[in-house]
Ligand binder design. Structure first.
Ligand code: SF4
Ligand code: SF4
Length: 207
């Protein structure tokens, strides 16, 4: 055997057995059904918590700016102005509230970290699994509030709570009996009757 000749290969690499093994693998694979995702003809099955696009529920947004401040990419743009809400009761004070003028997310910068959704204290932002919003012009990836609001239709309902989970605070608050006569009556009915202790008159003690 010369120096350049390949030594005996027990695994069949490089020799006829190796070629046969390769052909057998090819034949086996060719007979297997294909797993190619036929998108866009067949929609893919996405995991339930897919991060496709961010949807905005405008009614819940108070323009607090928390999401814009926490966004690591600075790709949330919010404009708002203050509006005076007249007092509803006589002698009451007028209130001020924020009115949202602009809410936009630039998805060409967004890195889908989800921080904005996590920090929003008013449940105004949600993940939608919708991902078909590719654009030929990168500037069109800037979604204004109307477009962000439109994504709400594709936000899946939240998963059911665990059977033994504690009642959520907001549900408990809604179910709590209202203050007032009804509540007082219910409280009185639930309270055990008061026990009146017999008074001990001085002088009778120890008799
Ligand atoms: S997902 Fe992250 S990067 Fe995208 S807008 Fe929200 S905070 Fe910014
Ligand atoms: S989306 Fe949430 S965090 Fe962002 S401004 Fe509106 S209320 Fe604040």
């Amino acid at each position: 055997m010369s120096e350049n000749e390949a030594p005996d290969d027990p695994r069949g690499r490089g020799g006829v057995p190796g070629v046969l093994k390769g052909l057998a693998t090819t034949a086996r694979t060719a007979l297997r059904p294909s797993h190619t995702a036929e998108y866009p003809d067949v929609a893919p099955t996405l995991p339930p918590r897919s991060r496709g696009v961010i949807a905005l529920l405008e009614e819940n947004c108070t323009s607090c700016m928390l999401c814009a401040r926490e966004c690591p990419d600075w790709c949330i743009y919010i404009d708002s102005h203050k509006e005076t809400v007249p007092a509803t009761t006589e002698g009451g004070r007028d209130r001020q509230r924020n009115v949202l003028d602009r809410f936009a997310i630039d998805f060409s910068l967004c890195m889908y970290c989800g921080i904005c959704i996590e920090v929003c204290p008013f449940d105004a932002l949600f993940w939608s699994p919708q991902f078909e919003y590719a654009e030929t012009d990168i500037r069109d990836l800037l979604h204004e509030k109307d477009r962000l609001g439109g994504w709400m239709a594709s936000v899946p309902p939240p998963p059911a709570l665990d059977e033994k989970a504690a009642e959520p605070g907001e549900v408990a608050a809604v179910n709590r009996p209202a203050r007032g006569a009804g509540a007082r009556a219910a409280g009185a009915a639930a309270r055990p009757p008061r026990t009146v202790r017999p008074r001990v008159v001085r002088g009778e003690e120890g008799t």
